[in-house]
Design a protein around this ligand. Structure first.
Ligand SMILES: [Zn+2]
Length: 492
């Protein structure tokens, strides 16, 4: 049986249109899913939308819609964007799906029965926009939310708590025994010291928020959006069926064949939820823990933080309609080491497009095919020998190791080292001159180049699926056609 691979994006909160930040995570997950599929693994790639909470109700009201109408409309925007970006997911979960809601309720009741959830009173400083309480130490001067820079409200309510405080030691032990869980390492230290400082029980219900999943045994409470949202990773893959819930009777997905997740891809701002609360909830419910939680960085736009007030949210289609989908996918994962922060500017996009895609890859393909067309066709089963074969094998090993480690930029760097190496190989060996004196040698060089390009097509496929298909088509065995440049240079 093929090895299974389960990868998730966060489910996106439907209070605003999708932008380049959402696209980044989802493209990265799609790249990984395509890579693992190409490796022959049995991939399940899950994405979706987070649809409950006071902010959604507010956005809906502002638009003159019911929350349901609003989320139906917004979920379509995300799905449409993923289609436009050539994202091939296996599951799309919406937290308003009644089947998801039922699993959330069930997990809550399981924890309640075990005593990991208990009823109490909470009073604290609450940001309505974050839908979260803040400690004094986290607030900005004037009791302002560190995210929204607006004053928080003092709130007291009857609430259910999740006994997070009881899980500190177990979490620390888990991190220690599973050093890859907190990824990248540079961000893991922050989580470990947060847990070491001592965890407090977490309020997991609201009485004021009506747009949420009601607690089954106490419907005056709705379940906190974060608790609700995290459960998507297990509700979407058949846990309901395993728990014997009738809503899931027709579920085709076998939970035990998919779970645990191999990687949860997330943005750094939600690392704590995924690396602290989520594993603790799973421990409490007696469910296995995910293998890895990878927190990537943020994009600034032309040097500025993306924000509503600056109006600098980039719709990825602004780029793809002009320059194509694949170049954007390539740029986002090549420009910045995955895990770090990056800056998106049109200028750097154009530079990278011209240098890496037009000059290196596109040019190599045109030169090679133009020369090869003069000397014959492309054979079906050529295998290089010697130094060139070694170079390809080394590149392949570097590429795979980096893909497996989610260091996408380094995987691409490995591929591009061979690509620019091949351009240099042409410059130095001058096959068009060599063909007059040593035609056999010239022919071998061209066959090597074709082989190298066929390999490159495989390596770029997860990042640029349409480009790879076009390369494979041009490089397939048989007579060589005449083609337009793969990446016409961007002028100006
Ligand atoms: Zn806030």
């Amino acid at each position: 049986m093929a090895k299974k691979y389960y990868i998730t994006t966060p489910i996106y909160y439907l209070n605003a249109d999708p932008h380049i930040g959402h696209a980044y995570t989802t493209i990265a997950a799609d790249v990984m899913a395509r890579y693992k599929r190409a490796c022959g693994e049995d991939v399940f790639f899950l994405t979706g939308t987070d649809e409950h909470g006071a902010n959604i109700a507010k956005s809906a009201a502002n638009a003159g819609l019911t929350p349901r109408e609003w989320t139906d409309k917004m979920a379509v925007k995300f799905k449409t964007l993923w289609e436009a970006l050539n994202i091939k997911y296996d599951g799309f979960i919406r937290t308003t799906d009644p089947r998801h809601e039922r699993v959330v309720q069930e997990i809550f009741e399981i924890l309640l029965k075990k005593g990991d959830i208990y009823k109490g009173t909470y009073s604290g400083k609450y940001c309505m926009s974050c839908e979260a309480y803040f400690d004094d130490g986290e607030l900005l001067p004037g009791d302002c939310c560190p995210v929204h820079k607006r004053p928080v409200e003092l709130l007291e309510e009857e609430t259910y708590f999740f006994k997070l405080s009881a899980y500190g030691d177990r979490l620390l032990k888990f991190y220690e025994q599973n050093p890859d869980f907190l990824s990248p390492k540079s961000r893991g230290a922050e989580i470990t010291s947060f847990v070491k400082a001592g965890l407090r029980d977490l309020s997991v219900t609201r009485t004021k928020v009506k747009w949420g999943v009601p607690v089954l045994s106490d419907p005056g409470h709705t379940i906190y959006v974060w608790f609700d949202a995290l459960v998507n990773y297990i509700s979407a893959i058949g846990l309901g069926e395993k728990l014997g819930l009738k809503e899931y009777a027709d579920d085709k997905i076998n939970f035990d064949e998919v779970w645990p997740a191999d990687v949860h891809l997330i943005g750094k701002e939600i690392f704590r939820f995924h690396a602290v609360i989520w594993p603790a909830v799973l421990m409490a419910a007696g469910i296995a823990l995910p293998a890895k939680c990878f927190a990537h960085g943020w994009w600034t736009i032309e040097g500025e933080k993306m924000s509503k007030s600056l109006g600098n949210f980039i719709d990825p289609r602004d780029i793809t309609q002009k320059y194509g989908v694949d170049p954007l996918r390539y740029f986002l994962l090549k420009e910045v080491p995955f895990g770090g922060d990056g800056d998106f500017s049109i200028d750097s996009f154009k530079k990278r497009f011209n240098a890496d895609l037009a000059n290196d890859l596109g040019n190599l393909l045109s030169r090679t095919l133009n020369m090869a067309a003069k000397t014959g066709d492309i054979p079906a089963d050529y295998k290089p020998q010697g130094a060139f074969a070694d170079k390809v094998a080394q590149t392949e090993a570097r590429y795979s190791a980096n893909m497996d480690a989610l260091t996408f930029d380094k995987a691409l760097e490995a591929a591009w080292a061979l690509i620019s190496g091949m351009n240099k190989y042409i410059d130095e060996s001058k096959p068009w001159i060599l063909s007059k004196t040593e035609p056999e040698k010239a022919r071998t060089i061209l066959l090597e180049l074709i082989y190298g390009l066929q390999k490159a097509a495989v390596w770029v496929q997860p990042f640029m699926p349409s480009v790879a298909a076009e390369m494979q088509n041009r490089l397939k065995p048989g007579p060589i056609g005449k083609y337009a440049p793969l990446f016409p240079r961007i002028e100006g």
